[in-house]
Design a binder for this molecule. Structure first.
Ligand SMILES: Cc1cc2nc3c(=O)[nH]c(=O)nc-3n(C[C@H](O)[C@H](O)[C@H](O)COP(=O)(O)OP(=O)(O)OC[C@H]3O[C@@H](n4cnc5c(N)ncnc54)[C@H](O)[C@@H]3O)c2cc1C
Ligand code: SF4
Length: 596
């Protein structure tokens, strides 16, 4: 690729002639760009370039690395506002495509790796961060699309990677030299991988001793030798091969998932951003999923389309003003906006990391994604309710065009007399497409499992729900004497600190946290966030930022040292440390008197 990819046309041209090994229906695909089943997914990615051209404020950002405007999907968030704009862009693209536009996994991966590579270097004296920044800069200059390859095939879910009967069910290093590493294994369900230029390969879960060869992050070109893609089927996908434009439902746009097989794929050292640092695998997964779980505001954009489709069919059927119909549209809107609200709030409550990137609020990001595992199903149920049964029983487009059958269809499938029958059939096909056809993959099942199945969010919510603190709040108001005074001084996940026994101070702090994104407030929230995730180094750094360094830093370090006894890891202000969250919380309990 010589000239940078800036337009949709550049993008589509850049995908041609790559000679990828893509299998679909048991055959090698000669040119994915021209395949009618694949092309709608390419169109969806193209829309990210179209938006950047049409609305640069939303679709682009100025890169600190190139000094130029780049596509926002390649931008490293330098503020909470950057993360908020990501969410607004995602909602808009969901509205424009009605499907998955595929670029968020890569965007969230570069943001997560920014801080993780920095932290690994601080802990181990490695040189990952500089190499990673060089990689990101190159991607930004070229305007490449990056896919995020995290989920392994995983085999027996009860076993660690090194315990599996077949070592290849998790991607791992099969060979290592001074020049680089070789990757072997498979990544499953990879969104937009064939439509990308580069893949960021990352571990999928917490790793432990014995898993060192699985603790690997590397960037690989999509057309690297040794990679095979097996294209994933989507419900009703062959409708886009039938030639018509009604039955596909959404003729232009679709999503894409494929399995990627790595058969000893070489990654040069300068493209390796983690190698054997097992203790950072969980940190990477948590930070990535933090970003990605609030990226699911994309579904609120798709939800806007479905609400619009439901309102349209009600209108075409002559019932739009009926009270239960309006109430159902209100319910759909309420659910949809709840997804958006929690996602964008997670971005709003972002905190700066030591590397300079901003990280969203993990609790709210998990709550957003957890809504997403449920609300699109209810919104779909209501859309199907309003659609009526014809959505799944209507005859084909060929029948509509048939000389004998067509007029019968137009006679008997009429809704309101002033609405063309074909329009009625088109909107029903769109609802079918989104709720049980091709784009239901993105709107429903992807909402359930993408960025982790529902239980993964419940675990994160459980870790951060601060029950002791909440019990203390209740006991105080009920006049119950607290046994140990736990949480008399506490910082909660809203970033609100202070002693709730002194309500005026609490209230003033709440005002500060609520209305001012001033560095002090953000840093304080950040310190809490870091500590709850056992990232002591991050907490200490942010404590420095609020100019409470001296005693507080010492106190934090001492407390954490006492809790985990991991002297090496906690030495100085160095590395990220994995504390158990309860341990991190009790650091706070024991630090009463030290205001962050
Ligand atoms: C449409 C789609 C697009 C996707 N895109 C991407 C992508 O671009 N990049 C990427 O990296 N990943 C992607 N994913 C993968 C996604 O992150 C995974 O689907 C998700 O993490 C769940 O993994 P799984 O599908 O293997 O399900 P499983 O792990 O098999 O989970 C099935 C069930 O078993 C439970 N379970 C699994 N393991 C355990 C355990 N050890 N203990 C208790 N319960 C367990 C789960 O909670 C769940 O209920 C995508 C997924 C989908 C569906
Ligand atoms: S499902 Fe949504 S967040 Fe994930 S890549 Fe697709 S559009 Fe982006």
């Amino acid at each position: 690729m010589n000239s940078p990819i800036r337009s949709a046309e550049d993008y589509i041209a850049s995908l041609r002639g790559r000679k990828l090994r893509v299998f679909l229906f048991g055959e090698l695909v000669e040119e994915p760009v021209d395949h009618p089943l694949i092309r709608p997914s390419i169109n969806a990615v193209s829309e990210t370039f179209e938006l950047a051209a049409r609305n640069p404020e939303l679709g682009t950002a100025v890169s600190p690395y190139t000094g130029e405007r780049i596509n926002r999907f390649l931008h490293v968030a330098g503020s909470a506002q950057d993360l908020i704009l990501q969410n607004k862009m995602q909602r808009r693209l969901g509205q424009l495509t009605g499907t998955c536009f595929q670029r968020c996994v890569g965007m969230d991966a570069i943001n997560a790796l920014h801080s993780v590579t920095f932290d690994i270097d601080a802990a181990h004296g490695t040189g990952y961060h500089g190499r990673f920044i060089a990689f990101v800069t190159e991607m930004q200059r070229a305007g490449f699309v990056i896919g995020g390859a995290m989920t392994d095939a995983k085999g027996d879910r009860s076993k660690a990677p090194h315990e599996q009967a077949d070592p290849d069910v998790f991607v791992h290093v099969s060979r290592r030299t001074d020049e680089g590493i070789w990757l072997r294994g498979a990544k499953a369900h990879q969104t937009g991988c064939i439509n990308s230029h580069w893949l960021l390969v990352m571990p999928t879960m917490r790793l432990g001793p014995g898993d060192e060869d699985y603790a690997i992050v590397g960037a690989v070109p999509v057309d690297a030798p040794g990679i095979t893609y097996i294209y994933g089927r989507q419900s009703c996908d062959t409708r886009s091969m039938e030639g018509g434009d009604i039955d596909p439902g959404n003729r232009k746009f679709g999503g894409q998932e494929a399995m990627i097989i790595f058969d000893d794929v070489f990654v040069p050292r300068e493209r390796v951003f983690m190698d054997r640092e097992i203790e950072f695998a969980a940190t990477l997964v948590e930070r990535f999923t933090g970003y990605h779980r609030r990226s699911y505001v994309c579904k609120s954009g798709v939800g806007d389309v479905l609400i619009g489709a439901a309102a349209t069919i009600a209108d075409f059927n002559g019932v739009e003003k009926v009270s239960h119909v309006r109430d159902k549209l209100v319910e759909m809107t309420h659910l949809n906006e709840t997804i958006y609200a929690t996602g964008i709030a997670a971005s709003y409550q972002a905190v700066p990391m030591k590397s300079g990137v901003w990280l969203c609020d993990d609790m709210l990001a998990n709550v957003c994604k957890h809504h997403v595992t449920r609300f699109p199903y209810e919104i779909s149920r209501l859309a199907q309710d309003l659609a009526g049964g014809l959505m799944v029983t209507q005859p084909s487009e060929q029948d509509l065009r048939h000389a004998e059958i067509g007029p019968l269809m137009r006679k008997y499938l009429q809704g309101r007399a002033d609405i063309p029958v074909e329009d009625r059939l088109r909107i029903l096909r769109l609802i079918e497409n989104m709720t049980l056809g091709r784009n239901a993959v993105g709107y429903l099942t992807e909402s359930l499992h993408g960025a982790g199945s529902p239980q993964a969010q419940r675990i994160q919510i459980l870790r951060q729900m601060q029950l002791d603190f909440k019990k203390e709040l209740a006991k105080t108001l009920a006049g119950i004497e607290s046994g140990d005074g736990v949480a008399a001084e506490f910082v909660d996940y809203m970033g609100v600190s202070g002693c709730f026994r002194h309500l005026p101070a609490f209230a003033s702090d709440r005002r500060h946290a609520g209305h001012s994104p001033a560095p002090g407030g953000a840093a304080r929230r950040g310190a809490v966030h870091h500590l709850l995730f056992g990232d002591v180094a991050g907490a200490l750094y942010l404590a420095d930022q609020v100019r409470a360094a001296g005693t507080l830093r010492g106190a934090l370090a001492t407390e954490c040292l006492g809790l985990c006894g991991n002297r090496r890891a906690h030495a100085g202000r160095g590395p990220v440390v994995r504390c158990r969250p309860p341990a991190a919380q009790s650091v706070f309990h024991r630090l009463r008197g030290h205001a962050l």
